[in-house]
Design a protein around this ligand. Sequence first.
Ligand SMILES: Cc1cc2nc3c(=O)[nH]c(=O)nc-3n(C[C@H](O)[C@H](O)[C@H](O)COP(=O)(O)OP(=O)(O)OC[C@H]3O[C@@H](n4cnc5c(N)ncnc54)[C@H](O)[C@@H]3O)c2cc1C
Ligand SMILES: *[C@@H]1O[C@H](CO)[C@@H](O)[C@H](O)[C@H]1NC(C)=O
Ligand SMILES: *[C@@H]1O[C@H](CO)[C@@H](O)[C@H](O)[C@H]1NC(C)=O
Ligand SMILES: *[C@@H]1O[C@H](CO)[C@@H](O)[C@H](O)[C@H]1NC(C)=O
Ligand SMILES: *[C@@H]1O[C@H](CO)[C@@H](O)[C@H](O)[C@H]1NC(C)=O
Ligand SMILES: *[C@@H]1O[C@H](CO)[C@@H](O)[C@H](O)[C@H]1NC(C)=O
Length: 499
Amino acid sequence: MREFHLSLAFPLLLLLLLHVCSSWAASDSVYDAFLKCLQTNTNQSDQVSNIVYSQTNASYSIVLRNYIRNARFNTSSTSKPLLIVTPTDESHIGAVVICAKSIGTQLKIRSGGHDYEGISYVSDVPFIILDMFNFKSVSVDVDDESVWVQSGATVGELYYRIWEKSKVHAFPAGICPTVGIGGHISGGGYGNLLRNFGLAVDYVLDAQIVDVNGKLLDRKSMGEDLFWAIKGGGGANQNSTTTDIVYKWQQVAPSIDNALFMRMLLQPISSKVTKKTKTVRASIITEYLGTSDQLVALLDKEFPELGLKKEDCMEMSWIDSVLWWANFDNGTSPNAMLDRELDSASFLRRKSDYVQKPISKDGLEWIFKKLIEQGKPGFVFNPYGGKMNEVAASETPFPHRKGICTKFSTRLVKVKTAVDPDNFFRNEQSIPTLPSCERLTSHMHSQFLHSTYSTLFLNGFPCVLYQMRLCIPNEGVECTSLPLIVVLTVVRVVAVSAS
Ligand SMILES: Cc1cc2nc3c(=O)[nH]c(=O)nc-3n(C[C@H](O)[C@H](O)[C@H](O)COP(=O)(O)OP(=O)(O)OC[C@H]3O[C@@H](n4cnc5c(N)ncnc54)[C@H](O)[C@@H]3O)c2cc1C
Ligand SMILES: *[C@@H]1O[C@H](CO)[C@@H](O)[C@H](O)[C@H]1NC(C)=O
Ligand SMILES: *[C@@H]1O[C@H](CO)[C@@H](O)[C@H](O)[C@H]1NC(C)=O
Ligand SMILES: *[C@@H]1O[C@H](CO)[C@@H](O)[C@H](O)[C@H]1NC(C)=O
Ligand SMILES: *[C@@H]1O[C@H](CO)[C@@H](O)[C@H](O)[C@H]1NC(C)=O
Ligand SMILES: *[C@@H]1O[C@H](CO)[C@@H](O)[C@H](O)[C@H]1NC(C)=O
């Protein structure tokens, strides 16, 4: 079966819909009660006042804004947390959970803050943010080919630390370096290595979480059901027309050699041929694990319409490919990925869905027309398949390997109900406690179609993720076969007659 991940970006489009939020006056009594509770539930009672920010604290606003990653949620009318708690020690997390529960306030957990709808730091009921940014250690163990990464680390920091220790290991996760591990893993975590290696969740060896009772558990003590649930329950110049190329891409990209990842981007652009009219450009951006010669030969055979030549290819190491995808200039040091870019955001709106069978040529032309009408949107198609389909769907709760509605939704709800019966860990997109698989699936689809919520992922864990141990691929070892050379190419095709 062919599956594509398709995401749409409609920058600025939904600004007007989001006026519902209001600010909550933080009463001193909430601060006092919370702090007192923290003091009794931790061993360093003199230190906990350093980790709690009330709305009157001079640093409150900057701490809140540091991990706001979407300017749509950086307005005075966006709801604000009563308190922001920034633990520095693992023992603080359990105390935060216990105390939020005891004062009866909704807890939101934030790692990188990249949630498309700001779910980790916006709410329509009074709430407290548990901000995980201090937990950013990444310990790479090259000998046993694994890494312990804390949930507040970014994927860029993970890549950097792996590269620092080894030039022959890599990790298959997302493209944007400032995305947080905590939220990323809960959505599966896909990136350019996905066809050869699968998802980030496929590499989780162990995890430490804090449950609803404030207890720190690891894989052994949480049991295999909950461990399973946290792994993704919770991202030219040819003569053929753009339509032909895009149509062909759908046949080829998900089934071609696993070493080749071909992302396709559709955008409206101004026509160079007919002034003042718009047309659509398809860009096929590929990452191949091998040499340029191998890639040219492969595409010559499987996708000759692209007309790929060796000059179109750039050979580089994995870490340089990571920097390239993240739009850093050629020659940028991997150090750049350690920059968290605090308090900076642009406006964006994204939705994702899955395409189960190829879109017809008529369908594609309709999409081109809509793209031109909309102004500045873009469509990104990520081909799944490859390793993604080899991992049995039941291995992790990530629902989009082969078909959506299978028994694991029920399993996820069962685990959730067992470990968090009162639904303490909840948000606007979190795992519900009872519905059948069908209701769950139709709920997800109706969210995509009608609500402001963005992904088909169920979002968030039934616990706080503290850290995870991940397997890091290397050439020839079991969780792997990482080639030392990555080849990148970009091929653009402009629609001849889209309008
Ligand atoms: C610009 C951009 C690029 C992206 N690129 C990719 C990509 O290439 N591949 C991909 O797969 N995805 C991608 N994403 C999606 C991204 O992986 C998800 O939005 C992810 O959830 C963000 O994680 P975060 O920690 O930064 O976000 P947050 O907003 O901090 O968290 C997201 C969700 O996870 C929950 N959560 C966070 N930390 C924890 C924790 N420690 N314990 C329990 N729950 C937690 C939050 O409560 C929230 O519900 C991208 C998103 C953006 C905005
Ligand atoms: C405090 O420390 C003691 C001894 O180290 C330990 O037994 C206890 O569980 C700790 N309490 C908390 C709340 O962390
Ligand atoms: C703000 O909160 C931090 C953390 O709790 C604390 O260290 C600091 O003293 C507070 N500052 C002010 C001005 O209240
Ligand atoms: C593309 O079309 C032009 C003009 O129609 C023609 O001259 C050229 O040979 C064609 N190129 C290919 C690769 O078919
Ligand atoms: C980057 O720069 C180096 C040296 O200037 C050059 O050899 C290489 O081809 C460039 N790579 C890309 C991807 O542009
Ligand atoms: C939020 O807005 C303020 C101005 O009100 C700006 O200084 C800051 O950079 C913005 N931060 C983000 C994350 O958008």
